[in-house]
Design a protein around this ligand. Structure first.
Ligand SMILES: Cc1ncc(COP(=O)(O)O)c(C=O)c1O
Length: 440
């Protein structure tokens, strides 16, 4: 198969002509053309290697041979309408059930995180017979119209906030309302949700769901304070609503110590609906909603069939199973925990030398502009791809394939150190120095 039919300039020109311009490229000024990949490395059309700190989707590594082998074999044998009975779907659901608390035991397979979240909304509204949704500030839950409506990150730039959507403060103990010096930020932030519920009730409206990522990513990779989710779930349940955990970015062991990021909130907490996607199929479009018998029962009771042409087909589920096998066989959660801790330690050391890291005082546009410069420098000078996130685009995010190594972490931090040092010495780049750097 021809991998590189056109020169980079030709591909770019064709893309500009043929593809909607709202579909943006990384490094839009000088995009990278990648023609093959392996593990945590990407290769451009000249064979130059890039270290990939962006691809959380290629969870167990780009083009992992075990995954491609299983995918090709199942493709060769059978791929068929999901209304025919097949082992792969039930085997996969059974494996997912084993990774989740007992009450999350009913599964719906879909093709993208957006589809999963849209279905979660339907499930919540059908079960509760309420309409209103509470979301966290800056959240993004997907590109469907229903999800733009519950994504402040998007609706603020578009049609605005619908009357059935309510925005709670981001439980951010670094920059938010209650910070690390607060005696109990978990309870304090949960109480903001309680206040919002009271406000909703005072308008004669009712809550169907509290919808949140387990580690809000667009919000700046927020690590929620302990106790927050348990308390919010109590408030939401007593208002007759359900708790939806969006694990589209964070699931499948990406946090290392736990398989699901909501588990960071402790044994006592369990959402009513969990949505999953990105890392699930290692690049193959595969996503899912997990929920309880009661919520699924209410959805069935409306008498309307749920049919999804591609969701849960034999090839997708074979791939999903293979991803779970690789996570276990290669002990990738342990690797993520080890390399994540190492990276965090290096970055903390870096912080002691550059007090600019972790500083939150600077103006928004300045931070964004300067961050883009350092992101581009990492790409151009060191061939390292990282992303930035957060309301001010000043949080450097590391979300590589889980095979990312100690050596990779050492290299990235060495390069960031050199770039920040250079930027701080440079008279026109002094405001560059105001990023939060997280290792998850
Ligand atoms: C937290 C979260 N939820 C949902 C989605 C939507 O997933 P998809 O792009 O697969 O539709 C995304 C995508 O970026 C996401 O980050």
């Amino acid at each position: 198969m021809a991998q590189d039919t056109f020169s980079k300039e030709e591909t770019l020109a064709m893309r500009r002509r043929l593809i909607g311009h709202s579909c943006r490229l990384f490094y839009s000024d000088d995009p990278v053309k990648i023609i093959r990949a392996r593990g945590q490395y990407l290769y451009d059309e000249h064979g130059k290697r890039y270290l990939d700190c962006i691809s959380n989707v290629q969870h167990v590594g780009h083009c992992h041979p075990s995954i491609t082998e299983v995918a090709a074999a199942q493709m060769d044998l059978l791929n068929i309408n999901t209304r025919f009975l097949h082992d792969n779907m039930v085997q996969y659901a059974d494996r997912l059930a084993a990774s989740l608390p007992d009450k999350l035991c009913i599964f719906y397979f879909v093709n993208s995180g957006s589809e999963a979240n849209d279905l979660a909304l339907r499930l919540a509204q059908q079960y509760t017979q309420h309409q209103d949704v509470i979301v966290l500030d800056h959240a993004y839950h997907g590109h469907l119209m229903s999800l733009i409506d519950i994504s402040p990150y998007k609706f603020r730039k578009l049609s605005g906030q619908k009357e059935w959507v309510h925005v709670a403060p981001l439980p951010d103990t670094y920059r938010g309302l209650y910070r690390e010096d607060h005696p109990n930020p978990g309870d304090a932030y949960a109480d903001t949700v309680k206040d919002l519920i009271d406000e909703v009730h005072s308008k004669g409206r009712k809550i169907s769901a509290f919808f949140a990522e387990s580690l809000p990513s667009v919000g700046g990779q927020i690590i929620m304070p302990q106790g927050y989710s348990t308390k919010v779930a109590e408030y939401v349940h007593s208002a007759g609503g359900v708790f939806v955990a969006d694990e589209v970015q964070t699931g499948f062991g990406r946090v290392g110590t736990h398989f699901w990021a909501f588990q960071l909130q402790g044994e006592g907490f369990c959402p009513d609906i969990v949505t999953m996607g990105k890392p699930m199929g290692n690049g193959h479009p595969l996503a899912c909603v997990a929920t309880t018998v009661e919520i699924a029962g209410a959805f069935t009771a409306n008498g309307v069939e749920y049919f999804n042409t591609f969701g849960g087909n034999p090839v997708s589920c074979a791939i999903g199973l293979a991803v779970l096998d690789v996570i276990e066989k290669e002990d990738l959660r342990r690797n993520a925990t080890k390399v994540g801790a190492h990276l965090k330690q290096l970055l903390t050391q870096l912080q002691t030398r550059h007090d600019i890291i972790g500083h939150s005082k600077n103006g928004k546009s300045t931070i964004r502009m300067k961050e883009n410069i350092s992101k581009n420098r990492l790409k151009e000078q060191d061939r390292i791809c990282v992303s930035t996130d957060g309301p001010w685009e000043n949080v450097v995010k590391f979300k590589p394939p889980m095979c990312f190594s100690i050596q990779d972490a050492d290299l990235v931090v060495r390069c960031i150190d050199r770039i920040i040092t250079g930027m701080c010495l440079h008279p026109h780049s002094d405001k560059a120095c105001s990023s939060q750097v997280y290792s998850r």
